[in-house]
Design a protein around this ligand. Structure first.
Ligand SMILES: *Cc1c(COP(=O)(O)O)cnc(C)c1O
Length: 404
């Protein structure tokens, strides 16, 4: 493998090779440029980094442990498995890393109102949380179907003082929520910052979100060197838009012996409309500000998607992942709903950890890989979030009933 130009990508216009860029209506060009400039200024400002580190540590609970999953390792009988415990962060997933970074930027730009989209509700909760903490007004857009399947998170956002708008257009999930958030942003640009929740969208979002999430990989690298005195052989993470995966992978991209697998949502199988695995049957296109792989029909209409986990249920994937996949640096596979549920249950019973359904897709892939690897190999899997939000959805599927 040749070295990857991680420091020079994306280019000044936000391109990762043939992917990325900025495809937005004219009215959004100026705010995106303003955001980009302020972001670059913040990177030169040690005070910004100091504050970011402070809130990650004192408010969110970083660093998160790199935990040796001893019973899972023994059960699978192969490679030694470490869990990167993003599930232990305040609000329950990695999303808060990015929300803290972006609200600090919003404050620097003098914004007083925050908007965001959310799928599973984890990004909505993280954003409502930081908005409350910084005393800003907050509106969260969420598809009506997602509101229903993640009701707990809707209540949490409201308790935190956010307004939750249930979006009833189209498939009533994440894509429609992003459309509404962009519409709001165009209308309220002066007062409002849009905290996008994943490594997706128009430049500079994919770059900025990756850099706010790379703390996951930076910590994991330090921690595995402390515990094992060497780098891991394999990294595994689930891929929705791609922020938890790129956060873990990025600091290892130039370590040529570290293999990486991103796991997409295979839903009910790879058949049009039944999954959200963009690298299985997706093609190059433009959606919501960026150029990447997406699930579309021959007329360029975005296809329906399905996943048991709302957080992976999106028709396109972040541009940096599309690039890494074309380079052959990262492998991408998928786990079906059934495999993810099996992994969900297994981790709960073997390790006493109920994972998010999204993260369960990564665990499912570890269950395939670990037995094929020898006992001296090391795997790090990103446990991107906890499963509290998913219990009411998973219970009937796992045939778990209330005692009578
Ligand atoms: C949102 C979410 C994801 C998917 O988003 P990425 O940007 O791909 O990380 C994965 N896991 C959890 C727990 C989430 O909340």
């Amino acid at each position: 493998m040749s070295l990857i130009a991680t420091e020079t990508v994306p280019d000044a216009l936000g391109h990762f090779g043939a992917f990325g860029g900025r495809y937005v209506p004219e009215t959004l060009m100026h705010p995106l440029q303003e955001l980009e400039q302020e972001y670059h200024r913040s990177r030169q400002d040690p005070e910004f980094q100091r504050e970011f580190d402070y809130y990650l540590r004192e408010f969110c609970g970083r660093p998160t442990p790199l935990y040796y999953a001893e019973r899972l390792t023994r059960e699978l009988g192969g490679a030694k498995i470490y869990l990167k415990r993003e599930d232990l962060l305040h609000t329950g997933a990695h999303k808060i890393n990015n929300s803290i970074g972006q609200i600090l930027l919003a404050r620097r730009m003098g914004k007083t109102r925050i908007i965001a989209e959310t799928g599973a509700g984890q990004h909505g909760v993280a954003t409502a949380t930081v908005a409350a903490m910084f005393g800003m007004k907050c509106v969260i857009y969420m598809g009506a179907v997602d509101c229903e399947r993640q009701a707990l998170n809707v209540y949490r956002m409201k308790m935190l003082g956010a307004e939750v708008v249930s979006v009833k257009a189209g498939q009533q999930t994440l894509k429609e929520a992003i459309n509404e958030a962009m519409r709001d942003w165009v209308t309220n640009i002066r007062s409002t910052h849009y905290i996008l929740g994943t490594a997706y969208g128009a430049h500079p979002y994919p770059l900025m979100v990756r850099n706010f999430q790379r703390v996951i990989g930076d910590e994991a690298r330090r921690q595995i060197l402390e515990k094992e005195s060497r780098l891991p052989d394999l990294l595994v993470a689930c891929v929705g838009g791609g922020s938890n995966a790129i956060g873990l992978f990025y600091p290892f991209l130039n370590d040529k012996d570290v293999q990486m697998i991103g796991v997409e949502a295979g839903g009910e199988g790879i058949e049009a409309g039944r999954h959200a695995a963009r690298f299985q049957g997706g093609s190059l296109g433009v959606l919501q500000g960026t150029r990447s792989y997406l699930l579309q029909d021959e007329f360029g209409q975005v296809q329906l998607t399905h996943s048991v986990s709302a957080g992976l249920d999106y028709a396109a994937v972040g541009p940096e992942h599309a690039w890494l996949r074309d380079l052959g640096r990262v492998q991408y596979t998928y786990a079906t709903d059934d495999k993810a549920l099996e992994a969900f249950s297994k981790l709960a019973r073997l390790e006493g950890i109920i994972p998010a359904l999204e993260s369960s897709h990564a665990i499912a892939e570890v269950m395939c890989q670990a037995p094929k690897m020898s006992k001296d190999k090391l795997i790090i899997v990103n446990l991107s979030g906890r499963g509290d939000k998913d219990v009411s959805q998973a219970a009937p599927k796992l045939n778990i009933q209330m005692p009578v």
